[in-house]
Design a binder for this molecule. Sequence first.
Ligand code: ATP
Ligand code: CA
Ligand code: CA
Length: 432
Amino acid sequence: RVVVGTKVDQNHVNWVTAYNMLTGIRFTVSRTNAKMDRELTDADFEARHKFSFDITGNELTPSAKYDFKFKDYAPWVFRHLRAQFGLDPADYLVSLTSKYILSELGSPGKSGSFFYFSRDYKYIIKTIHHGEHKFLRRILKDYYNHVQENPNTLLSQFYGLHRVKIPYGRKIHFVVMNNLFPPHRDIHRTFDLKGSTIGRDFKEEDLENNPRATLKDLNWLRRNLHLEFGPTKKKAFIEQMQRDVKLLQKLKVMDYSLLVGIHDLERGNEENLRDKTLQVFQPGGVDSQEPGPDRLMRTPSKMENIRKAKELRQMIKNQKPIPMDQTASKMPDELQDPKKNTYFYSDDGGFRATHEDDSDGEEIYYLGIIDCLTHYGFVKRVEHFFKGLTNTESQISAIPPERYGDRFVRFISAVTKTGEAAEREKAQEHQD
Ligand code: ATP
Ligand code: CA
Ligand code: CA
């Protein structure tokens, strides 16, 4: 399988779907945000609203380029979540603009999900299975409460849950979430860590053709890598991870991973490509990625963006509906960085390595717990049964959520140590 991050323009097979997704998001988000804020009620978690878009427009929806149906789930909950995560409403709308909008990470991983990146790479739209969709709705309150109590959570930040359907097409469910990786920095290595060893090896030979591949647990261990955090950051990181995993265990979630992007400050930005970012995105299980000519996109001027965002902010304040064809996009550092407030994303969007004395280290880690909507249900139990026949349990990846979480925490904690600590341990080993 070859994956190329491609610009979704009018010639792209998924243009209509992508366009409709964004049109729907922009309409529903501005609709909700135009209202006065209020406290959430229980009903907000169950809420869903259906809209029909057509080319002529009607009393409820403005005219759109195509006919489609759009469903918005729990809009008030997600409004509050976005606020909690520090997103500016106008900023969010500007990012999810509808012209030359997205790049698609084609040919996706095992799950069949598609990933789309907002043009400024701050947000990811991930299509999800109906089961994942139902599951997210079911756990929304727990997730919401967790985020309230853990503003620095490492879990994926969900900003919206929607469904789109074109005439005669199938229903497509999707979430909008944070892109963990920064648009403006090279990620020199990416790892997807689960704490399991079975099937958790990216063939090192294939790295040559695909230097940006997402590596896995065994590749990490082979390189003897660590998340190099001194005492203060280490404590904060492990404690937060434990709290997050506890929630996932309670909700019987499994198969999630810690996504880690490493930026080496000494190497800095080697590839001076505006769209270098596309190269770091690799869906699960993908073997190779070739750079495509489509990577380069026009980036609007800074002034253009700032003006657009101001305008939008004003409109929201005046409770005016946002015009559907509002287009703008901006460089990442021009307006507010949504992640600035959260601890683990506060060092230029990531979390900088530290030494034993808590002084700054040489790497910035961009990390978070992703893919956390897989419920340990029937499918996994079946997988467990069959795999259990051939492998020892400690090594299989489909184990019950409780043990999955414990193993995950054990693995990540074990590899969280400073370079100095790792050196000392190595010396100690030699002595013994
Ligand atoms: P599978 O179920 O086969 O593991 P999936 O389709 O559910 O795959 P994910 O595991 O969610 O996909 O993500 C696949 C890859 O996409 C990750 O390894 C990572 O490279 C990229 N990715 C996913 N979520 C994010 C994110 N929030 N920020 C940056 N990159 C991401
Ligand atoms: Ca995954
Ligand atoms: Ca998945």
